[in-house]
Design a protein around this ligand. Structure first.
Ligand SMILES: Cc1cc2nc3c(=O)[nH]c(=O)nc-3n(C[C@H](O)[C@H](O)[C@H](O)COP(=O)(O)OP(=O)(O)OC[C@H]3O[C@@H](n4cnc5c(N)ncnc54)[C@H](O)[C@@H]3O)c2cc1C
Length: 334
């Protein structure tokens, strides 16, 4: 079984890449892990700015927001001051707090209903292929699938990293992030009743209210060995707490030898950048464009790869500078 393009991962980056490759008329295979959500498990929410909505529409994913949104917000309270999401006074823009498990499940359903060949696999190996399909993925049972191009959208796993011998660059000190869901049965106190960002000298706390009783909290600390405490002692934790390494990082280059990295696999910032899902969707679309151009006009392949690498690193560096300025303005030590 051979494809024009094989994609690893069915998160926002892999899905955006797969749907955009389909729109370009390519034969698309996608290898991804099984979804891990257990039924009824509380899931920490992730937030998107309204600017993400046009991208979702472009991909035919407009149904995903009503399906996975648990709450909306029109501004973020920072140090007591409400910062509106709307670019103009008199307008009200709404962001969404999304249930990430529902979001991922929706993406998977869309992929399975499309012409993308979805292969649920985790233990995969990347190999050199044949002359016509220079790359191959060996599946758990030993079967090989070939591809003319590969898009790595495997998030923090970065499956092609060793195959390509890419160099990883760190742009921040180690940063540790915890997230979870909590409940105040008697109703949310003012501190957690609004979407809010609480800067601290050594990190920050983000609160996303989900209902009259429940909220998601996300905490970032620049020191690992601090004892963890639920930031609101009177709140009851619901479900599991998860810990993440969110040190800012990027690979160089982000595309090489017919392989393109996108989303978190190419580069990531901590969640305060608020752009993880946006970056995943945009880079997935751009990676697909690079593959489609390279297939339609092979003489432009090297140029297309250089252009993608340049685009990714330029917008990534701009986000790094913006986040540094944001932290400096709030006296957060990073
Ligand atoms: C605590 C926390 C809070 C966050 N909050 C926000 C937020 O509020 N807003 C926001 O925009 N972003 C947020 N982010 C960032 C956001 O989650 C990521 O940037 C985004 O999910 C990246 O998408 P992706 O498609 O690149 O990777 P992922 O979403 O990680 O998807 C990776 C895909 O690869 C698959 N995969 C991985 N390994 C393998 C393998 N070995 N074989 C096959 N498949 C594999 C996975 O199953 C998955 O489908 C947050 C991140 C963290 C850690």
């Amino acid at each position: 079984m051979d494809f024009d393009v094989l994609i690893i991962g069915s998160g926002p980056a892999g899905t955006a890449a797969a749907l955009s490759c389909l729109q370009a008329g390519l034969q698309v295979g996608l290898v991804t892990r099984a979804l891990r959500q257990e039924a009824g498990e509380a899931s920490p929410l992730q937030s998107i700015h309204p600017g993400v909505l046009p991208l979702l529409e472009q991909l035919g994913l407009q149904g995903i927001v009503p399906y996975s949104s648990k709450a909306t917000f029109s501004g973020i309270r920072v140090n007591g001051q409400l910062n509106s999401l709307s670019p103009e006074a008199g307008e009200t823009w709404h962001g969404h707090h999304l249930d990430r498990h529902l979001f991922d499940a929706f993406l998977r359903k869309i992929l399975e209903a499309s012409d993308v060949t979805v292969m649920e696999q985790e233990d995969i190996k990347i190999l050199r292929g044949s002359a016509s399909h220079p790359l191959a993925i060996q599946l758990a049972g030993g079967e090989k699938v070939g591809a003319r191009f590969l898009i790595d959208a495997s998030g923090y796993q970065r499956k092609t990293r060793h195959f390509l011998d890419l160099e990883e660059y760190f742009l921040s000190a180690p940063l540790h992030c915890w997230t979870g869901v909590a409940e105040h049965k008697a109703g949310l106190p003012p501190a957690v009743a609004e979407t809010a960002f609480f800067p601290r000298k050594n990190g920050w706390l983000w609160v996303a209210p989900e209902s009259a009783q429940r909220f998601t909290w996300t905490q970032l600390l620049n020191q690992k060995k601090q004892p963890f405490a639920l930031p609101f002692p009177e709140a009851q934790p619901i479900g599991k707490l998860s810990a993440h390494n969110v040190r800012w990082r990027v690979f160089r280059p982000v595309c090489k030898e017919k392989i393109i990295l996108c989303g978190d696999a190419a580069g990531m910032l901590d969640p305060a950048a608020g752009q993880g899902i946006l970056n995943a969707l945009m880079s997935g679309i751009m990676a697909a464009r690079c593959v489609a151009t390279s297939l339609a006009q092979p003489q432009l392949e090297a140029f297309s790869f250089m252009e993608y690498d340049q685009w990714f690193i330029t917008q990534f560096e701009e986000k790094v500078e913006a986040l540094k300025r944001y932290y400096a303005g709030l006296n957060i030590d990073m």
